[in-house]
Design a protein around this ligand. Structure first.
Ligand SMILES: [Zn+2]
Length: 446
């Protein structure tokens, strides 16, 4: 008789289309058995006590270069039920894309607690686009560019965007666009600067929904011309969703992501926190939030990413010069549980789709990742739906000095997290090993 490394017994195992009561047998880091047999043997038995057993979350949107490095980010991720992270390897102007990718792979293999993949990030796109085929050979097949942030020198104009998409289209891969019209936003900011406007009060004017909708539309049209699949991260507005609905209904090859903060917070609620709530695109209104949940439910949103980018900032800092970004990864799953499942917006099955299976399929990590099937990696999270807790800086593991969700009560808590069969989180204890994480080659957009 087979002896498993670990058995997770008596779980409600969740798939996008069903939930089943089952025991899971893990062997060599993979799921080897799923079924109702009580007589299977293992060295370790973890009793799920009838709780939910989900595929570990795959976070397609992380930035390990601010207050959390790859090591620290992967730890705070694991505590949040995330078992795969896909970092943006940003090649800043003057840098080589390929050497940036190699540096991230090296740091990740040396220090990450969980498996990771990479997106390339292009800042000097006209030049760096020539390195795309070489990056694809290394296993990095999705490439982020900014249609915004012209004044920072980060913006990819339409000429360079067409060039990059042409190369991606021919090489095989996917373009990922920060979709906001950068030049229009810069003009609005300059105008407000001249007026000596209060930027905190007028933040939404500097990241308007129309600028997002326009850029989504433009990116996807250029993608069609260049035969390049397009992924739009962090969609924040009803107008953006309307555009996405049109594009998807017309059959364009485009994928949509939103983030937990757009599904749970409004700018009205956040304004008092000043720069802490400054993210790009901005967190908008209740109407936008409702529209985003609707899009999650109807499938116009494919994935959820955290956009984890913890920055050093304080409530009283100057708003205009404060950087964009907040810590998000550890609260992502709990916030979706509370604001999505507990409030009746989505089912637990939908959560398994948008946090795991859809992401794995779009990134070409499926079926190794994304679903609890035999043969897949044993990346597993057990959630107790009855434990209530309150989010606070004190129970989070990011190096950030705050969380936007301070004081929020959540019913449902991550209890166990497995990475390729290894128990890395057991309640409040961390059992991970730096360097355990493996680099995953993607095959995005296919
Ligand atoms: Zn981001």
């Amino acid at each position: 008789m087979k002896t498993y490394e670990t058995i997770i017994k008596d779980g409600k195992v969740v798939y996008p289309e069903k939930t089943i009561k089952a025991n899971i047998g893990i062997l060599n880091g993979k799921i080897d058995y799923i079924g109702s047999d009580e007589k299977i043997h293992a060295d370790n038995i973890v009793d799920a006590c009838g709780r939910y057993v989900l595929p570990g979350a795959i976070d397609p949107h992380t930035h390990p270069v601010y207050l959390d490095n790859i090591e620290g980010l992967s730890k705070t991720a694991a505590f949040g039920g995330v078992t795969t992270v896909i970092h943006y390897a940003y090649a800043k102007p003057g840098k080589s894309l390929v050497s940036t990718v190699k540096d991230y792979i090296q740091e990740g293999e040396a220090t990450s607690y969980i498996d990771f993949a990479l997106h390339g990030g292009l800042f000097d796109t006209k030049k760096q686009a020539d390195e795309i085929p070489e990056s694809v050979k290394l296993g990095v097949t999705s490439f982020k560019m900014f249609m915004a942030y012209a004044k920072l020198g980060w913006m990819t104009d339409d000429y360079a965007l067409a060039k990059a998409m042409d190369i991606i289209g021919r090489t095989g891969g996917m373009a990922s666009l920060h979709a906001e019209n950068g030049l229009v936003i810069d003009y609005i900011q300059d105008k407000l600067l001249k007026e000596k406007a209060n930027f905190k009060e007028r933040f939404l004017e500097t990241s308007p929904d129309t600028a997002e909708a326009e850029a989504i539309f433009r990116a996807v049209q250029i993608g069609k011309l260049m035969k390049c699949p397009v992924y739009i991260p962090h969609i924040s507005s009803k107008a953006g969703i309307k555009t996405m609905k049109y594009l998807k209904d017309e059959g364009y090859k485009v994928y949509a992501e939103t983030c937990p903060h757009y599904l749970s917070l409004t700018w009205d609620e956040l304004k008092g926190k000043g720069p802490l709530g400054k993210v790009g695109p901005s967190i908008k209104t209740e109407e936008d939030l409702i529209s985003l949940w609707d899009a999650v439910e109807t499938g116009y949103i494919d994935t959820i990413g955290s956009d984890h980018a913890p920055k050093d900032k304080k409530v009283e800092d100057d708003f205009f010069t404060a950087p964009y970004g907040t810590p998000e990864i550890e609260t992502m799953l709990p916030i979706l549980w509370e604001f999505g499942i507990n409030r009746g917006k989505i089912t637990v099955n939908k959560l398994a789709a948008i946090l795991s299976e859809n992401t794995a399929r779009i990134m070409g990590l499926f079926p190794k990742k994304g679903r609890l099937d035999t043969g897949s990696d044993a990346d597993i999270v057990i959630i107790d739906p009855d434990e209530e807790w309150i989010v606070s800086k004190g129970n989070q593991h990011s190096n950030a000095s705050y969380t936007l969700f301070e004081g929020k009560t959540i019913l449902g808590r991550v209890k166990h997290v497995f990475s390729r069969g290894r128990l890395v989180v057991n309640g409040n204890s961390f059992l991970g090993e730096s360097g355990w994480g493996e680099f995953l080659k993607t095959n995005a957009g296919q």
